[in-house]
Design a protein around this ligand. Structure first.
Ligand SMILES: Nc1ncnc2c1ncn2[C@@H]1O[C@H](COP(=O)(O)OP(=O)(O)OP(=O)(O)O)[C@@H](O)[C@H]1O
Ligand SMILES: [Mg+2]
Length: 496
C-alpha cells in the first residue's frame, strides 16, 4: 500500500501573532497557509491588529504584502499606523510592501487575482494582508464571486505556504452567511461591549479550523503599544498541582495567631468580611507588614486608595510598608477610581507574583471587581481561578469584603459561594455596650485547619492593633450581643 501522501512540512507550522496574549487564545498561533478574517465595525481595531501582526512578522524578516483596496493613498496607511510603537518606517517598501488594488477593482475578479498573484510570485512573501475587504467585495459582484475570489486566492497562497489575513467591516453575527465568513479558516471578531456603563473592547475567536481556540469574550485594549488582549482568567489560568503546605503565615497579633493555630496556611485564601470601619484594611495591612518583617515579598492591591494615605496610615501603626516599598520587598497596585478590568488586574498581579516571588497578597476590596463582573455573572468562576492560581503559587492571600448588613443581623454574605471559594473566613463586626463600640472578630471557618471559636475583640488605638481573645471577659462586657448565623456553615451557623 502506498504511504499516505505527506503534505508540505510547513502545514503544521504555527505562527505566533506577536499580539500579547492573543496566541494563548488560538492555541499558540495561526496555522501557516491559513485564511484569517478579522471582522468588526468601524474603529474596532482591525487595521491596528493586522498592522501589529504585519510589523511583528516583518521584524523577523518575513515578507508581508499589504494590499490597500480603495482609492486610499499608501500614505494613509502610514499615517494611520505610524503613531503605533510597532510601526517601523524602514520596513515599509522593504519587508512590508504595499500595493494598491483600486485601479483594478472595476476590472473584476480575475484582474484583481492576477495583480496579487503576480506580485506574490515576484517576491518571497510569507503573508498577504488585505485591509478593508468590504470595499473590494463591493466590486466583486454576487456572493458567488466573493467566494470564488477568496477560495482561489486562498488555495493558491496556501500552496505557497503564505498566510492570508483579511480585515472586513462586518458583524460576524449579522453577516454569518456571507461568503468571507464561510470560506475562511479563522475568524477573529472585534466587538464593543459595555460593563457598568463603560465601553469595553471585546475580542472573540469565532472559528479556528484544526486548532483548539478558547472561545467566549475576552477584553482588549488599544494604546500606542498596539493591541493587548486580556483573556478571561478562568479560561486560561492553569494551576499546577502544588503539595499542600503546612507552613503558617502569622499576623503578628498574638491573639489572632492563636485563634488561627499559628496563622493562615500557606497558599490559602481568606475572606476578611465586615461592615465599613470594622478594621478590614488595618488587619490586611498588618498581615502584609508582618510578612515584610519576616522578609516575605508582598503585593498590595487596593481601590479608592492613594499611596500617600496608605503609607501614612501604615506609618501611624508602625507597619513597615514604606520601608518595604523602598527595599523592593513590597509591591503596590492601586486603582484610585475603583475601576479596573478584572482580567487585566489579575494578569498584572500574576506578572508581579512571578517576577517578585510574592508570598503574601492583599486585595483590599473585592466589591469593585464584583461590580465589574456583575453583568457577566462571572465573579465566582473568576475568583475560583484566581484563588486556585494563588494556591498553586503558594501565595497566601487575604481578600477584604465590605458587608452592608446593619450591626446585629444575620451574617449573610449575599454570595454564600464566596466563602466556599476562599476557604477561610474572618468576620469583623461592631457591637455596642453602654460605654463604647467594640470591634468583634471571629474566625468563621478555616479550610483544612483548626481554628478557635472564640469571639475576640480587635482593639484599635493610638497606633496599636491588638486582638484580645479572652471570651469570658469579652462576653461579660457585652451582654447585649445577639445571635449571628453564618449562611453556608455546615453545622447551621455559629451563634454568639
Ligand atoms: N494610541 C492609541 N491609544 C488608544 N487607542 C487608539 C490609539 N490609536 C488608535 N486607537 C484606537 O484604535 C481604533 C482604530 O482602530 P482601527 O483603525 O484599527 O479600526 P478599524 O477596525 O480598522 O476601523 P475601520 O473599519 O474604520 O477601518 C480607534 O477606536 C482608536 O480610538
Ligand atoms: Mg481599518
Amino acid at each position: 500500500m502506498a504511504e499516505a501522501k505527506q503534505g508540505p512540512s510547513w502545514q503544521a507550522e504555527s505562527i505566533p501573532t506577536g499580539v500579547p496574549n492573543l496566541d494563548r487564545l488560538i492555541d499558540g498561533g495561526l496555522t501557516r497557509g491559513s485564511l484569517v478574517l478579522l471582522a468588526g465595525g468601524p474603529g474596532a481595531g482591525k487595521t491596528v491588529l493586522a498592522g501589529q501582526m504585519a510589523f511583528h512578522w516583518a521584524a523577523q524578516g518575513r515578507k508581508v504584502l499589504w494590499v490597500v483596496t480603495l482609492g486610499e493613498p499608501n500614505e494613509k496607511f502610514m499615517t494611520h499606523l505610524s503613531a503605533m510603537r510597532f510601526f517601523d518606517r524602514r520596513m515599509v517598501g522593504d519587508t512590508v510592501q504595499i500595493i494598491n488594488l483600486s485601479r483594478y477593482l472595476e476590472q473584476g475578479r480575475q484582474a484583481q487575482l492576477s495583480v496579487i498573484r503576480e506580485t506574490v510570485q515576484g517576491g518571497d512573501y510569507a503573508f498577504v494582508i488585505i485591509d478593508g475587504f468590504q470595499s473590494q467585495r463591493s466590486f466583486l459582484g454576487d456572493p458567488r464571486d466573493v467566494r470564488l475570489f477568496l477560495s482561489e486566492l486562498g488555495s493558491e497562497l496556501a500552496l505557497m505556504g503564505i498566510t492570508m489575513l483579511l480585515t472586513v467591516d462586518a458583524s460576524p453575527l449579522r453577516n454569518w452567511e456571507s461568503a468571507e465568513f464561510t470560506v475562511v479558516d479563522v475568524i477573529i471578531a472585534l466587538e464593543r461591549g459595555e460593563a457598568e456603563g463603560r465601553e469595553r473592547r471585546l475580542l472573540r475567536v469565532l472559528k479556528q479550523r484544526g486548532r483548539a481556540a478558547i472561545g467566549g469574550h475576552h477584553t482588549f485594549t488599544i494604546s500606542s503599544n498596539g493591541i493587548h488582549v486580556h483573556p478571561r482568567v478562568e479560561a486560561v489560568a492553569r494551576a499546577a498541582e502544588a503539595p499542600a503546605s503546612t507552613t503558617r503565615h502569622s499576623f503578628g497579633l498574638a491573639g489572632l495567631d492563636q485563634m488561627l493555630a499559628g496563622g493562615l496556611l500557606e497558599g490559602s485564601a481568606t475572606l476578611l468580611a465586615g461592615s465599613a470601619g470594622t478594621g478590614k484594611s488595618l488587619l490586611a495591612g498588618q498581615f502584609l507588614a508582618e510578612g515584610l518583617r519576616q522578609g516575605q515579598p508582598g503585593l498590595y492591591l487596593a481601590f479608592f486608595e492613594s499611596l500617600n494615605r496608605l503609607l501614612q496610615r501604615a506609618g501611624e501603626f508602625d507597619m513597615p510598608l514604606r520601608q518595604g516599598l523602598e527595599s523592593g520587598l513590597l509591591h503596590v497596585k492601586l486603582y484610585p477610581s475603583g475601576r479596573c478590568d478584572p482580567d487585566a488586574c489579575a494578569e498584572e498581579a500574576m506578572r508581579l507574583i512571578a517576577e517578585h516571588r510574592i508570598r503574601r497578597l492583599v486585595l483590599d476590596g473585592l466589591e469593585p471587581i464584583e461590580r465589574e463582573l456583575a453583568t457577566s455573572g462571572r465573579i465566582i468562576d473568576y475568583l475560583a481561578a484566581v484563588v486556585e492560581y494563588l494556591r498553586a503559587q503558594g501565595v497566601t492571600s487575604l481578600l477584604t469584603y465590605e458587608l452592608s448588613e446593619p450591626v446585629g443581623t444575620t451574617l449573610n454574605l449575599g454570595r454564600p459561594l464566596l466563602s466556599q471559594v476562599t476557604g477561610n473566613v474572618i468576620f469583623l463586626r461592631f457591637a455596642r455596650t453602654d460605654t463604647r463600640r467594640h470591634r468583634l472578630l471571629s474566625v468563621l471557618k478555616t479550610r483544612y485547619s483548626d481554628h478557635s471559636d472564640a469571639i475576640a475583640e480587635l482593639l484599635v488605638s493610638q497606633g496599636r492593633l491588638e486582638v484580645v481573645t479572652d471570651p469570658a471577659a469579652v462576653q461579660q462586657q457585652k451582654p447585649d450581643l445577639v445571635p449571628v448565623a453564618f449562611q453556608g456553615e455546615p453545622q447551621g451557623g455559629h451563634y454568639y
